[in-house]
Design a protein around this ligand. Structure first.
Ligand code: SIN
Length: 529
């Protein structure tokens, strides 16, 4: 089938729109498919900004070092080098596109904030804590007027289409409108930019659309996935009865906010000398342990005062006020929540996957930049840098797939293929039907912040049984398709977490609480035919 489009891009967050903007600039015909509206994505809700060594006193090599330290030994250095070296260039480009980065009122220079585990002030923000909204809008504006870009909003990608040689040639899509039939679209390059899978968990900072769709699509088509055991829990989400787990940005701790337990005690010194700005896994586990011991944890930012809070954190201020909490007068009750998925479709450092014709970028991809734990504000950056790289790689038309055996030999961090564990078949009869609440509760309790073999095995076997239940394909509605994708991805998270018998980065095993030298390797999973 002759490709209709140069690029078919599934997803319209920062990663997808970056590919689309680069393609449009160069007159390449692209189709963006989104199950929602163009500007509705996880990107839109990002508060913390974009990390880049933009200050004269900072350097990409310092950004690289911080990113590698956060990744706990599992980041692919070549990918991190690309991320950190190309970051300032991408910021210049965004400024040209009209991105309204916050500037110092006196000097007019771009303000650079600080976040956890960064050794310099290098976080660019826009609209205080509304960076994602401004970024999404800036990129959407860049693609909206282009004659080279078509878009299909409210269309769900249900399958990848492959030719006899396994090359991905297009996507089967289903309109969300009742009664609309599915159809196929064909393109030279099919790009998965579908974001993460925060909806796997009962408590998450992610919006409802983060259901791991691209990872599930890629898995079903036979692409390799990697790093699936690494899910980052943000330490501070709002913890108010009746309110969602709204993100309380790490930038608040960058501005001196203090964590306190129910007894009013500032506790971080007990856990890490970096205090409130320790890495996210450390802070999240410290909060979980104080919650268990004292019942409540609060973030205290009252020292900043109302005017500054409204200026720097307008979204958080207004959101909390909507629930009767004035954060200039009251401390904010917080708890950890699922936030960012380091795992995804295995890619090389240009977005190429193990299937020819298929690419992945942004949170849907496991490009190796985040290793076992992502550094704050590196995710929007990944979408920007790797979106452009994906375009550069494919622009010539010659874009070979990732040759896994060859990549394994050249990768600086070993990539090792593992078979998924055997499910315990006795759970099959007891599992009942999958529900969203069932998946989220199971994942939160058994595959969450602290994990142990028995719980992981139970979760894996239950998800395996759910995955085997017959689905009614085209008859499914969006919620049914999303649930099926979550079950597939959740099973892989539980399986990989069971395989990794150590604690590293965001993956914490109660039964293997230390980091083990023999696990200095990435786990690659691939469907067995
Ligand atoms: C935050 O604002 O704390 C989130 C930033 C990020 O996840 O990088």
């Amino acid at each position: 089938m002759k490709p209709e489009y140069e690029y078919i891009i599934v997803g319209s967050g920062v990663a997808g729109l970056s590919v689309a903007a680069a393609a449009a600039k160069n007159g390449r015909r692209s189709l963006i498919i989104t199950k929602s509206n163009l500007e509705e994505s996880n990107t839109r809700y990002a508060q913390g900004g974009i990390a880049a060594a933009y200050a004269p006193t900072d350097s990409p090599s310092s950004h690289l070092k911080d990113t590698l330290v956060a990744g706990a030994g599992l980041s692919e250095p070549q990918a991190v080098k690309a991320l950190t070296t190309e970051a300032p260039k991408r910021m210049d480009e965004l400024i040209r596109l009209g991105m309204p980065f916050d500037r110092d009122a006196r000097s007019g220079e771009i303000s650079l904030g600080r976040e956890g585990a960064h050794s310099a002030n290098r976080i660019l923000h826009a609209g205080g804590d509304a960076t994602g909204k401004h970024l999404e809008h800036t990129l959407a504006q860049a693609v909206r007027g282009s004659e080279y870009i078509e878009k299909l909003e409210q269309y769900f990608a249900t399958d990848l289409l492959q030719d006899g040689a396994g090359r991905v040639t297009g996507v089967k899509i289903q309109p969300e409108v009742a009664g609309g039939g599915s159809f196929e679209v064909y393109g030279r390059h099919v790009v998965l930019a579908t974001g993460g899978a925060g909806q796997l968990y009962r408590y998450t900072t992610n919006p409802q659309l983060t259901t791991g769709d691209g990872m599930a699509l890629a898995w079903r088509a036979g692409a390799a996935l990697a790093d699936m055991e690494f899910f980052q829990f943000h330490p501070t989400a709002l913890n108010l009865p009746g309110a969602p787990s709204f993100l309380i940005s790490e930038a608040m701790r960058g501005e001196g906010a203090i964590l306190k337990n129910a007894n009013g005690e500032a506790f971080m010194a007990k856990y890490d000398p970096r205090l409130e700005l320790a890495s996210r896994d450390v802070v999240a586990r410290a909060i979980a342990s104080e919650l268990a011991a004292t019942g409540k944890v609060f973030l205290d930012i009252r020292h900043l005062g109302k005017a500054e809070l409204r200026h720097h954190f307008p979204s958080i201020y207004e959101f909390c006020l909507g629930y009767g909490l004035d954060i200039s007068e009251d401390m904010i009750p917080v708890a950890p929540a699922a936030h960012y998925f380091m795992g995804g479709v295995l890619t090389g450092s240009w977005g190429e996957t193990t299937l020819p014709g298929l690419y992945a970028v942004g949170e849907a991809a496991a490009s190796g930049v985040h290793g076992a734990n992502r550094l704050a504000s590196n995710s929007l950056l990944e979408g920007l840098v790797f979106g452009q790289r994906l375009y550069d790689y494919t622009a010539s038309g010659q874009a070979p797939a990732l040759d896994l055996p060859a990549y394994r030999q050249t990768a600086e961090i070993p990539l090792t293929g593992y078979a998924l564990p055997q499910p315990d078949l006795s759970v099959e009869n007891e599992a009942g039907a999958a529900t969203l609440e069932g998946v989220q509760g199971l994942m939160w309790e058994k595959v969450g912040l602290a994990r142990i073999a028995a719980g992981l095995s139970e979760a894996f076997s239950t998800l395996d049984a759910w995955e085997k239940q017959p689905a009614d394909g085209e008859g499914q509605d969006r919620a049914g398709r999303e649930l099926a994708n979550l079950v597939t991805v959740g099973r892989l998270v539980a399986g990989a977490a069971l395989i990794r018998e150590e604690s590293r980065g965001a993956h914490y095993r109660l039964d293997f609480p230390t980091t083990r030298e023999e696990w200095l390797r990435r786990i690659v999973l691939q469907k067995q035919h």
